[in-house]
Design a protein around this ligand. Structure first.
Ligand code: GLA
Length: 379
């Protein structure tokens, strides 16, 4: 059954009648990792894995939400200070509080939601949940008056203030601004963005989920950000966006080797995003792929956000002649994103299935993704 039908059926069972339907999406990022909180460039797009919610104002100050996938119910007052016990409900709680903080309105509502974005796979299911509810509350209580960037920032603030992840803006941005068949290059310093039609004829985007659960809260993710901020402070600049390899080398002896390597990756990654955009415009997918492999190397060796399983998936991709492959998202588990010539997709999947299960005792998961729309109203 379609996701929206399921949600709609359960909404009417629990709350009676119907509300408005909204959806938002998970994201991929072709290149530009750990650059968003450094004022650099990212290049994400929303995907055809979504969260669907049915929502209706209930005329009270109380929010009543049912998570169909977790089979759990949560309820909280809009004036309450304490976070709900269920981790998934904190995202919704955070969005309600942050939209009010941003000058928007929110009142009580009933909601049921479900999704098909794999959890902990680095596809930003949490950003999808945040942007789905931020978008919906904007439509229901604010007549769409809160601008889209603000909605993304509300999602990001929810991560910072209620979920313990000091993330950048990429995931929420992609999930709010995503457009079918387009990747979006975002300059995270000026917040200027540009849509790039993405239709790599003869190639597919394949995600391979290592099934190593990635979890960013309390993870070394926040530590990576601190390293970058230390180096920027040492260089006397706001973010590493303004650093060059020469500037970094000039302070090499004043910073730790670890901080040096973190910054080296970020500075190189900034150039790779711009190079990939040029290569895409020229239809040069081989160059896109080379940059993806370089990013993987940097994320693995310098930024150290890989793990054995992701490195092994990357190794299998190289060995199989895959055009480009790299860790995607925050790292510490989750997926690799692979740019694969169509004629070798099946063979590559088989090589991975056999090689990965021989080594780890289980098969990874494959997701073929289509670049799709982000947050939207469904009815
Ligand atoms: C996570 C964060 C993003 C970004 C990526 C790494 O997905 O939520 O803000 O920093 O990691 O590029």
């Amino acid at each position: 059954m379609e996701l929206s039908q399921r949600v709609s059926g359960i909404f009417s069972e629990r709350f009676g009648g119907h509300g408005d339907m909204f959806a938002s999406a998970g994201r991929i990022n072709l290149i530009g990792e750990h650059t968003d909180y450094n004022g650099g460039f990212v290049f994400p797009g929303a995907i055809d894995k979504t969260i669907v919610a049915e929502i209706r104002a209930n005329g009270t100050g109380v929010v009543r939400v049912f998570s169909i996938d977790c089979d759990e119910y949560a309820q909280f007052g809009l004036g309450e200070k304490d976070k709900p016990a269920q981790p998934w409900a904190r995202y919704i709680f955070g969005v309600c509080r942050e939209i009010i903080k941003a000058g928007g309105k929110a009142a009580g509502f009933d909601a049921a939601f479900a999704g098909d974005i794999p959890l902990g796979a680095g596809l930003s299911s949490s950003a999808a949940l945040e942007s789905c509810f931020a978008f919906a509350l904007n439509e229901i209580f604010n007549d769409g008056a809160v601008d889209k960037f603000r909605l993304a920032l509300i999602g990001q603030a929810t991560e910072h203030n209620y979920c313990g992840v000091n993330c950048g803006i990429m995931d929420q941005f992609a999930s709010v601004f995503g457009r079918k068949d387009n990747l979006i290059r975002l300059d995270c310093r000026s917040l200027e963005y540009k849509y790039f039609p993405f239709d790599p004829i003869g190639y597919s985007l394949l995600l391979i989920d290592s099934l190593v659960k990635h979890q960013l809260s309390d993870s070394p993710y926040n530590k990576r950000r601190e390293s970058c901020e230390r180096v920027a402070a040492r260089l006397g600049i706001d973010t590493l966006r303004d650093a060059t390899p020469e500037m970094l080398d000039a302070v090499k002896n004043d910073i730790s080797d670890e901080d040096y390597r973190r910054a080296r990756f970020v500075i190189g990654e900034k150039e790779r995003v711009l190079d990939v955009c040029d290569a895409l415009e020229a239809g040069d997918y081989e160059r896109v792929g080379r940059d993806m492999y370089d990013t993987h190397e940097g994320l693995s060796k310098d930024y150290e956000v890989s793990c054995e399983e992701l490195d092994f998936l990357n190794h299998l991709a190289r060995k199989s002649g895959v055009t480009g492959s790299r860790i995607m998202g925050g790292g510490f588990g989750g997926c690799t994103v692979n740019l694969v010539r169509n004629e070798i997709v099946d063979r590559f999947k088989e090589t991975v299935r056999v090689g990965y299960s021989a080594r780890y005792g289980f098969e990874p998961k494959f997701y073929d993704v289509v670049i799709s729309d982000g947050a939207r109203r469904l009815n």
